[in-house]
Structures are given as C-alpha cells and as structure tokens.
Design a protein around this ligand. Structure first.
Ligand SMILES: [Zn+2]
Length: 322
C-alpha cells in the first residue's frame, strides 16, 4: 500500500490538513478554522482539525506519520515549538502531544523551513545541492540549503534574513532593534509603510487616495501605479528592488549557491524578480549557474508539502536533514 503523511499547515486564518504522498501529491485536503492567539490555543485547534479529518475522510494510503508546519521558532529534533514570535513564548512539546493522541510518529517545523524542505525534495533541490530560498511576503525570511542540508542554527533561528541591514545610513527603525533592515523596504508591509511615509512628497500620486482611506496598499496596486509611471510607486518599488538585490547578493556571498529560489506573495507573479535581476551585479552572481527563479510549487500547498517532506525525510533518516 502507498505510504502517505497526514500534513498540517497552521496559518493565521486557517489550518490546512491533507494526505500527501512522497512525490508531494495532495490526495485530499480540508480547511479548518485557526486561532494563533497563543501556542496552547493553536495546538488545541490543530488537534481538533486532525481528529475531524481522520473521522470524516477515507485515507488513500497508509499513514507513516504526521507532519506539522507552524509559525515561529521550532526545535524539530525535540519536537518542541519554542515560540510563536519573539514576544510570545510558551514552550510546547507538540510532536509528543500529537503522537500520543493519534499513535503515529509526528514531526514539527517552522513554515519557512517547511517551504525550503519542499523546495529541496520536490523543486530545485532535485537538481542542485546548494541553494538559497528567499520568501518575500508580508515580511522577509530565507533559508540556506548547503550540501542538501538546511542550516537551522544553534537556536533554530537561522535564516531571519529580513533583518539583514542593507542601508548603513538609514534611520528607519526596525522592531528587531537595528536600523536599515531589508524588511523595512522590500517586504509587502515595508513597501506599504514606505508609500505612506513618502506620500507627502508626491501629492500627484494615484496612491494618495489609498492613504486617505487608510487602506493597506497591495503590491498589485503598487505595480499598476509603477507601470502607469506614478513617481511615488516608482520610488517605493525601486528602493525595494535595490534592497532585495542587496539581500540576495549578500546571501550569495555568504553561501555560494548554485541557485536562488524565491517564494511569497510579492514574488509569485514573477514581476518583482524580472526587475530584481537587473539590479544584480554580474561578478557577484557568476557562480549562481542555475540562476534565479520563482518557486514552481503552488504557494497555497507548499507548507503542506513541506510538512509531509519532513516526515518522509525523518523516516528514512536521509542525509537531507531537517
Ligand atoms: Zn530588523
């Protein structure tokens, strides 16, 4: 019988549960309500979702384990969810709790690590052993895969590349304590904040009405304004591109990858990368022989596939470690 994993993706608004094969095929899945107010509430919601899924779905294969992606810092080896974000920590041994309840081995990881693992097992990792994964959405995070292994760090906090400083002279204050972090300029939220901040200098901009209505400016709206030669949109996007290019080249210098793969809401359409590559220095990127690309994995399914990949990798004890 085909081996499958029950994969769980904990998001801010929904929990996705699905049965996934080793090839990353999602045989069936269902959405459940989420609550990430704190870790205890979130874990209870995950348990409810799994229980309901197992009760109401006919399994297509033989489950070899449960894989879970959550937000925040995770010790995958101990199965311990350490914190949901730096200000809110309530250590929970999620893997033991879930494993005890459902009598299956359970592994848990961070959602960006999960996406990088899915990329490693099902995407660019099929062709290269060394790559960088950069996720640009509301925030920015990344992961480095070197010789097929994900770098996790001593405190499971490696890859928080949104807090790499890209402007030494910036006075933009970041929540992390430093100034000039890339996330302040190149993330979806960063671009929105920059638009709001710079709006006073561009009274003619079409984006002013969004400011007046106090709306969050979507990246799509910024692109449209940019294409219509709106000067405010051009200013915001150009500084985002410059910042993201500095981040990308810094990571290339750090880890000497063969490829760089991008994911996240800002990258999905391909527009940002098409412009980003024009900001990359040829000498710096000369060894990135497999190039720069947007992930081919479905953004809505990548964490589910990553959670499943984690379990298959752990079951086999392969060198491609979590
Ligand atoms: Zn920062």
């Amino acid at each position: 019988m085909m081996q499958t994993v029950l994969a769980v993706d904990l998001g801010g608004t929904k929990i996705l549960v699905g049965e996934v094969t080793e090839n990353g095929e999602i045989l069936s899945s269902e959405k459940y309500p989420s609550n990430v107010e704190n870790q205890r509430v979130a874990v209870d919601k995950i348990k409810e979702a799994i229980k309901d899924y197992l009760h109401n779905h006919v399994l297509h294969g033989k489950l070899v384990g449960i894989g879970i992606c959550v937000v925040g810092r995770v010790d995958t080896e101990q199965g311990e969810w350490l914190e949901i974000h730096p200000g809110l920590s309530e250590k929970i041994f999620v893997a033991d709790e879930i494993s005890g309840l459902f009598h299956l081995p359970c592994w848990v990881t961070n959602d960006v690590s999960g996406a990088a693992m899915a990329e490693n097992m099902l995407g660019v990792g099929k062709k290269v052993k060394d790559f960088v994964y950069i996720n640009i959405g509301t925030g920015i995070a990344g992961r480095i895969i070197t010789n097929g292994r994900l770098i996790t760090g001593g405190h499971f906090n490696a890859g928080e590349v949104g807090h790499m400083v890209v402007d030494m002279n910036s006075e933009e204050q970041c929540a992390c304590g430093r100034t000039g972090c890339v996330e302040l300029f190149a993330s979806g939220l960063g671009m929105h904040n920059q638009t709001m901040k710079l709006a006073a200098d561009y009274p003619e901009s079409s984006l002013i009405s969004a400011k007046e209505e106090n709306k969050r400016i979507s990246f799509q709206a910024l692109i449209q304004a940019y294409e219509a030669e709106d000067l405010l949109a051009q200013k915001v996007i150009n500084q985002a591109l410059q910042a993201a290019a500095a981040l990308t080249m810094n990571l290339v210098r750090v880890s000497d990858p063969e490829a760089v793969v991008f994911g996240g809401g800002v990258m999905n359409s391909g527009w940002f990368l098409n412009h980003l590559v024009t900001f990359l220095n040829e000498k710096t990127i000369r060894f990135v022989t497999k190039g720069f690309s947007v992930t081919a994995l479905d953004p809505n399914a990548v964490a589910l596939k990553g959670a499943a990949a984690l379990v298959f990798i752990k079951q086999k004890g392969e060198r491609k470690n979590a």
